[in-house]
Structures are given as structure tokens and as C-alpha cells.
Design a protein around this ligand. Structure first.
Ligand SMILES: C[S@@+](CC[C@H](N)C(=O)[O-])C[C@H]1O[C@@H](n2cnc3c(N)ncnc32)[C@H](O)[C@@H]1O
Length: 306
């Protein structure tokens, strides 16, 4: 069971207005962590500048991108297993890849037939897969790209498939990331292996946001947000315990996760946040020491000055 109010931070932590944090990712990502950006700044500010910032389950990577743009660490390494998501990052980080991807997005004639046609093709190269992934991410419900997700019908303001297609914004974000790509290394790999390989680096800071849905409470029961949705969470906790560097984990609030945190004597807090549908939800922050979390709303009075 959860700890009672002693560990509850409702009275101290304000719900972050996501719109106040710069959106730097080309993805709209299910489980994206934009709301956590102000706390990540605070977490990293209270220690000597991290050498390597490592995000082993990068997804849309808003945290890694923020750390790279704001130079909150010497270097950023992001890891992702999903081949489609990886293709986007590999393309943006490659010579000319970002420019080609941005141009293709700007040139795309957004009609339902063109979308169906583009998504039906078997990608013949990593850049082709990257374009397909960006498109799919924008035209599927909730940005969910896993098998079984459906195309938007009405979308926002009745704009149908176009309701999340902002080509100029996407091109601008992709070009901006490419401009700082020397600060970022992307690795298409298993995040658990990447953690194990980097466990002995005391200068590293790890942001760990694994795929996880509270059992029985999935937004769409029986379906998945991610193609790679299963993970050995017990092993992840053991790996976190072995890290010489600092780490911050996030999980959906669930009793079994709290139990693992307690088993490893980690500190944890339940944090209020707003889902995309403005429902108030709880997420768990887990680390060795989270005393700094209770000061967040004082340190970031507006949370919207970014
Ligand atoms: C909760 S999401 C991360 C969201 C991310 N923090 C953001 O703000 O966009 C978890 C990610 O882990 C990826 N993933 C699942 N299993 C993995 C594995 N073994 N190694 C690396 N990535 C994995 C999923 O594809 C998904 O993108």
C-alpha cells in the first residue's frame, strides 16, 4: 500500500502547466515527460554539472533534448529500442538527415489517401522509416504508434488528419535539434544493457522512464502504448541500485512499484500531473534522495518562465 500523507506532496508541488515548457521534440509522445522538465532542471542544478546525461528509454526524449539545449550536462546519450522511433533520432543525428526529413515533411501533401499510401509502404531505408514514423505519430490517436492504433477521424476542430500536422513547427524543431547534434549521441539498443554498461560512471546522471502501465488501468485495456511494452522491472531496479551515478526514475503510481522502491530503500514521491485529457493523475518519482522535490514550487514559482 502507499505511504499516507507524510509522503504526499500535493500541498507543495503545483501541477506543471505543460504549455509553459518549450516543446522541442518532433514527437507527441504517449507518456511524454514535458511536465517534468522544471523538476529535471532543479534535480540537475543541485549537483556538479553531470558529465553524461543518459536516458535509456528515450521515446520522444523531451528531457534529453532539454538537457542538451540548456547545457545541463556535458553530453547527452539517449537510447531507444523501438526501430521506428530510433529511425527518427538516427536520421536527425546523421549528416543531412535532418534537412532531408524537414524538407519531406514540408513538401508532404496531407490527404487521407496520401497518408494511407505513405504508411502502407515498406520503408527501404532509415530516413524513409523516419518520415513514416513522424507521419504516423501525427495522424494516429494519442500519437500511439504501436500495432492496433487507429488514424484520427475528426481530430481537433474537425480538422481530421491535419489536426496534429504542423509541418513548419516540425521542420523547425528537427533543424534545431540537428544544430546541436554534437551534444547528443543516440543509440538504438536495449536500455537495460545500456544501463549495465554505464553503471560504474560516477559523473553520469540517469533519467529512467520505462514503459509501464498500472495493471488493469491501461487507458485502453488490452492495447499497448508502445511496441516494446514489456520490461523486467525487477532487473531495472537492481540495475538502478548498482549505478555509481545519480538517477531519477518515473513510474505510474502503483503499489507494486512502491514495493520495489522500498525493497531497494529508494526514496519516492507521488507527483500530481495533468494528462493530455486534463485528468489529474499521479506519477511516482524514485531516486536515492528526493528531499529537493518538496522545494520545487518555491524554486520555480511560475513554472512557466522557460
Ligand atoms: C514511457 S516511454 C518514454 C517517454 C519519454 N520519457 C518521453 O518523454 O517521450 C518508454 C519508452 O521506452 C521504450 N522501450 C521499451 N522497452 C525498451 C528497452 N528494453 N530499451 C529501450 N527502450 C525501450 C519504448 O519504446 C518507449 O519509447
Amino acid at each position: 500500500m502507499y505511504q499516507p500523507a507524510l509522503f504526499d506532496v500535493d500541498h507543495l508541488a503545483s501541477i506543471v502547466n505543460v504549455a509553459s515548457v518549450p516543446q522541442r521534440s518532433p514527437f507527441r509522445y504517449p507518456g511524454g515527460k514535458t511536465w517534468l522538465v522544471p523538476r529535471i532542471r532543479r534535480w540537475l542544478a543541485r549537483r556538479a554539472r553531470a558529465g553524461e546525461f543518459i536516458e535509456p528509454f528515450a521515446g520522444g526524449a523531451i528531457i534529453s533534448l532539454t538537457v542538451a539545449f540548456e547545457r545541463l550536462a556535458e553530453h547527452v546519450t539517449m537510447i531507444e529500442l523501438d526501430e521506428d522511433v530510433a529511425a527518427v533520432w538516427q536520421t536527425i543525428m546523421s549528416d543531412d538527415g535532418a534537412e532531408r526529413l524537414a524538407s519531406e515533411i514540408l513538401a508532404f501533401d496531407m490527404t487521407r489517401d496520401a497518408v494511407v499510401d505513405a504508411l502502407a509502404r515498406t520503408p527501404g531505408s532509415v530516413p524513409e522509416r523516419a518520415f513514416q514514423t513522424v507521419l504516423k505519430n501525427r495522424v494516429c490517436h494519442g500519437g500511439i504508434m504501436a500495432a492496433g492504433s487507429g488514424l484520427l477521424k475528426e481530430g481537433e476542430n474537425g480538422r481530421g488528419l491535419r489536426s496534429r500536422w504542423y509541418p513548419e513547427t516540425l521542420a523547425r524543431r528537427i533543424r534545431a535539434i540537428a544544430a546541436i547534434r554534437d551534444r547528443i549521441t543516440f543509440i538504438h539498443d536495449d536500455g537495460l544493457e545500456a544501463l549495465a554498461q554505464r553503471a560504474s560512471d560516477p559523473q553520469a546522471a540517469f533519467f529512467i522512464d520505462p514503459p509501464y502501465t498500472v495493471p488493469g488501468k491501461g487507458k485502453r485495456a488490452g492495447s499497448r502504448l508502445y511496441t516494446h511494452a514489456n520490461l523486467d522491472h525487477g532487473r531495472l531496479f537492481f540495475l538502478a541500485d548498482s549505478l555509481a551515478g545519480d538517477f531519477l526514475m518515473t513510474y505510474d503510481a502503483a503499489d507494486e512499484v512502491v514495493a520495489m522502491a522500498e525493497q531497494h530503500s529508494f526514496d519516492y514521491r507521488r507527483i500530481p500531473m495533468k494528462s493530455t485529457h486534463h485528468a489529474q493523475m499521479r506519477e511516482l518519482l524514485i531516486s536515492r534522495n528526493l528531499d529537493w522535490v518538496t522545494q520545487v514550487s518555491e524554486a520555480y514559482p511560475a513554472d512557466n518562465d522557460a
